[in-house]
Design a binder for this molecule. Structure first.
Ligand code: AMP
Length: 267
């Protein structure tokens, strides 16, 4: 991959990378479309790698959905030039990892220790292998986007970071590889994440934000299989916690049965 990337760089080919963990869906397709547009005559690379370093739970890693044959077909149909599917990216005794110490500490970082160290490390590795001009990421993982921007800035990575808005099902549920893990009844309950965001937006508009976090938690946990991990309101660019008001971003993580879902939006 790196040899090919060096050849592209030598001849001035524009390279756009879409890093994924596979089980591709409409959200990934939106990233690929943007990549295709931005690449022009250049190349779009989609990487598919379920990165063990970002899983803090071995069972979660084992059960993560995988559909490589289908993913490759979809990439072909979407005009992807190269699908990069490394078997492993780590030496057995790998001992260097990327650790961000500000925007990665709260929320997903708090609930999934080591997760963002794995994410930052794999993104730096993928960027070193593919040498992209642009890396495309989803707003769906807002904290991850901030982490990657910070990593790119502080480690002088040469790629620019592009953010694509969250793709949702018609009932508001953010499209996610993990949605296939939901049983029918859980799938119905999962709409509560988006409904909670709408509730927050309405509360802010009507100025009734007192005890909002608690209200939202109670609202979500009315669903029989839903358990809130966190609900937070914060300044978009710094993740500094804020009182809910217009322009602030809300993020939440909710277990629906055994499946952990996340979502976020500006309220
Ligand atoms: P993943 O395969 O889950 O690691 O996701 C790969 C990329 O797709 C990440 O940049 C995600 O933020 C992005 N992504 C996942 N779901 C969505 C979605 N529903 N809308 C937009 N981007 C998404």
């Amino acid at each position: 991959m790196q040899c090919q990337a060096q050849t592209w760089r030598r001849v001035g080919t524009r390279v756009v990378l879409v890093p994924t963990m596979g089980a591709l869906h409409a959200g990934h397709c939106a990233l690929i479309h943007r990549a295709r547009k931005l690449a022009g005559n250049g190349v779009v690379v989609v990487s598919i790698y379920v990165n063990p370093a970002q899983f803090n739970d071995a069972r979660d890693l084992r059960s993560y959905p995988r559909s490589l044959a289908k993913d490759k077909k979809l990439c072909r149909a979407e005009g992807v030039d190269v699908v990069f599917t490394p078997k492993t990216l780590y030496a057995k005794n790998a001992s260097v990892f990327v650790e961000e110490t500000d925007v990665s500490c709260s929320m997903e970082g708090g609930s999934r220790p080591g997760h963002f160290r794995g994410v930052a490390t794999v993104v730096v590795k993928l960027f070193n292998l593919v040498l992209p001009n642009l890396g495309i990421f989803g707003e769906k993982d807002w904290q991850q986007v901030l982490l990657i921007k910070r990593t790119a800035r502080d480690l002088n990575l040469s790629a620019s970071i592009v953010i694509v808005p969250t793709v949702r099902e018609s009932d508001g549920l953010a499209v996610s590889s993990r949605n296939v893990c939901l049983k029918d009844d859980e799938r119905r309950q999962a709409t509560v994440l988006w409904k909670a965001i709408v509730l927050a937006k309405n509360a802010v508009r009507s100025g009734s934000v007192r005890g909002l976090k608690q209200k939202i938690t109670l609202f979500i946990e009315k669903q029989p299989n839903a358990r809130v991990d966190y609900v937070e309101f914060f300044k978009e660019q710094t993740l500094k916690l804020m009182k809910p008001k217009r322009g602030v971003r809300m993020a939440l993580a909710v277990y629906i049965g055994k499946t952990r879902l996340i979502d976020n939006a500006r309220i």
